[in-house]
Every structure is written in C-alpha cells, then in structure tokens.
Design a protein around this ligand. Structure first.
Ligand code: PGA
Length: 393
C-alpha cells in the first residue's frame, strides 16, 4: 500500500481512548494509548513509528497500515483486522483472539511468541508448512520440481537398461519431473526403456554447430532426432577437464534452445572463490555470460543447476542455507536481467553430493526447485528417495 500523504491527518501525542475514531487518517508517534481500548474506529488508518502496546477490543482496524510499529505484547480481541498490512512491525508476544484476519499482509515483521487464538504462530507456520505444502509457497509451486540424474561416464547399455528398469518399478506417478541424463551411447537404450513412463531422457552435452568437422562431438539436432528432451550444459567437469568456457556454454545453450532441447545449465564457484568471498560475482558472471542473447521466453525453457564445484563428487554438500542463498541470488540476478516473472518461472536445482539423506532438507528451501544428482542417481533406491523428497519439498 502506498501512503497517501494528502489524506493523512497527523495526530501526535494524543490520547486514544474508548470509541476513538481515526478512520482514514494516521496516528503518528501517539504515545498515550490506554491499556484496553474498546470499540474504536481506526478503519483505513496508518500507524507509523508508533508504540501500540495496548489491547484493542471490538475495534475496527480493517485495511490499516502499520509500519515500524511496536505491537509487541499488544492484543486484538474480537476486532476486525481484515486487509491490514504490517510492514516491519514487532509483533512478538502479540495475541490475536477471535478477530478477523482475512487478507492480512505481513512483511519483515518479528513474530516470535505471537499467538492467534492461543496458537503459537511459529508452530502454526511449521504445522501448515508440513501439512499444506501445496499452498504454503505459491511461488515455489508455480515452478516444477525437477530431479535429474547425471550418470556421467557410467553404465554400459545392459547396465543402463537394468538401472532404468529398476527405477521404473519405483517411479510410477512422481510429483516432480524426473530425468535421466545418460552417456551418449545409452541414449537409445534409455529412450526405449522409459517409453510410456514419466522418466525423461537427457544427454550430457551437445555441440553448438549443426554439423561439420568436429570430431567426437554430437549436435543438438542429432539429439532431438533421437527423442532426447534435455541436455546438461556447462557442467564443471566439462569446464575443468575439457576446456569449456562461458562463451562455449553460451553457444551450446543457444544451439540447444534453437533445436528444441531444454538445457540444464550448470553454474557454480570453486572452493577458493568461495573462500575469497566472491561466490556472488562468479555466479552473476556465469549467468550473464551463459545466457547472453537468450530471450526471456527461451530462459523459461531452461533449468539452472547451482553446483558448487567443491561439493561435486566430494561428499561435501552445501548446507541447505548455503544452497538457498545462492539459488535465491541466481533468481535475483535473473530478475534484474529478465524481470520478476521470468525469474520466478525458472527451475533452479542444487547439485553436489545430494543424496537420500540430505535431499529433503535441501529441497525444502524456497529457491531450491530440484536437484542434479551424480553418484546417488546410480542407485535406483537412493534416486527414488530423492524424487520422493522433491515431491514433499
Ligand atoms: P554428485 O554430482 O552428486 O556425485 O556430487 C553432481 C553433479 O556433478 O551433477
């Protein structure tokens, strides 16, 4: 809500008692509130930088705006607080009883120890998070959770078939998208084995030219022609061992998109970059370069995998908070480049020693929409546990 300064009546240092009326105005730095105030009409008022440690009974506070207000220890009893907005308000210890709170908005507030009809708000939030995940975070729910296995250079064709058969038996109706990114030589086997199942198939790289003298390379069109849907690009192992740069990752991303593939673009900092405190610079640079000349519409078809290099294959997982911090930073960077809508639509995965034991915590984070899993994707039971964790998360 924007403060309409024209409409504000400044009431300073006044006494607010029963049946006071400030509807449509503002109360600023009013210090003398009675301990119990009844039947007041504050509808549509603005309370700014005020200490309101009083109990409001049977009062109309609908549509009120509270900013930098100390409501710690305050009470609302049988009052109408519907549509009120609380911004940077201290509500710790406040109690709301039998009051209409429909449509309230709370941002940047302290809520410790606040109760609603006797329930502790923190506990309520935890309970709601656990039992009504589908509603809790709408932003997360607009995005698809995607769990992708990165098999790397593992599995012969018969081994690939056996692993997928086992996985198929476990994954019948997953609540997230499931992808197996297999070596080139297993693509045909994987496509065949996963026909009619929810498991999608991805490759682990593609070249940026359509065809030509590029010995050992595979083009995006070749993958599409086989029925491949996804492709991992810019994996740190490609960057580290095969000379991939942000420039070639960008070219491959654009070629993959042009061919109709959905790229899973990997970014992530080295250990010493994290130690030098430049993680955000590194990630921002990779995002800007890897997605250069990629449109907002194309971006929505991409998945970004945040894979801190120090966590890949090392057994050292980023903590859920570290993963969330960087995934949120990636989203903020995308928002600056493409606008909030596109940024909110992009699935951002975490990758790096994600396993059956730590997946649930990592995937519970708002900006961690899925996982790119190496080692643990080679065991059907472990991979399935991660898929189940994504469905919960
Ligand atoms: P990891 O690999 O799960 O074995 O650490 C992740 C990846 O490289 O994508």
């Amino acid at each position: 809500m924007e403060l309409n300064k024209e409409k504000i009546t400044l009431i300073a240092d006044c006494e607010v008692t029963d049946k006071s009326k400030t509807a449509g105005g503002a109360v600023v730095r009013t210090s003398k509130f009675c301990a119990d105030i009844s039947e007041c009409d504050f509808e549509g008022s603005c309370f700014v930088q005020t200490n309101l440690c009083a109990t409001f009974k049977c009062s109309d506070m609908s549509g009120d705006y509270f900013e930098e207000v100390d409501l710690s220890g305050a009470g609302f009893e049988r009052s109408d607080v519907s549509g009120a907005e609380f911004n940077e308000v201290n509500l710790s210890g406040a109690a709301i009883i039998d009051s209409d709170m429909s449509g309230i908005e709370i941002s940047g507030c302290k809520l410790d120890g606040m109760t609603i009809d006797g329930f502790n708000v923190r506990e309520l939030i935890e309970f709601y998070k656990k039992n009504h995940k589908e509603n809790f975070d709408m932003k997360k729910n607009v995005r698809k959770a995607v769990i992708a296995g990165n098999w790397k250079m593992n599995k012969t064709r018969p081994e690939a078939k056996a692993l997928l058969e086992e996985l198929k038996g476990k994954v019948s109706d997953p609540g997230c998208e499931v992808i197996a990114c297999v070596p080139f030589t297993n693509l045909e086997t994987a496509i065949e084995a996963t026909k009619g199942t929810p498991i999608k198939v991805g490759a682990q790289n593609c070249h940026f030219e359509k065809s030509g003298a590029f010995t050992g390379e595979i083009s995006a069109d070749m993958l599409v022609e086989m029925g491949v849907e996804y492709v991992v690009l810019g994996h740190s192992e490609r960057r580290q061992y095969f000379g991939e740069t942000d420039e070639t990752v960008n070219k491959r991303t654009r070629a993959a998109l042009a061919a109709g593939l959905k790229p899973i673009v990997c970014v992530g900092e080295l250990l010493w970059e994290r130690e030098c405190n430049i993680t955000e610079e590194v990630i921002a640079r990779q995002i800007k370069l890897d997605f250069y000349a990629v449109s907002a519409e194309e971006l929505k078809k991409c998945i970004i995998a945040y894979e801190p290099v120090w966590a890949i294959g090392t057994g050292k997982t980023a903590t859920a908070d570290q993963a969330e911090e960087v995934c949120a930073f990636i989203r903020a960077t995308l928002a600056k480049l493409y606008g909030a809508d596109a940024a909110e639509a992009v699935t951002i995965q975490y990758g790096g020693s994600m396993n059956a034991g730590n997946a649930e915590e990592l995937l519970s984070k708002v900006n961690v929409d899925g996982g790119l899993i190496g080692g643990a994707s080679l065991k059907a039971a472990d991979f399935n546990t991660i898929i189940e964790a994504a469905t919960k998360g």
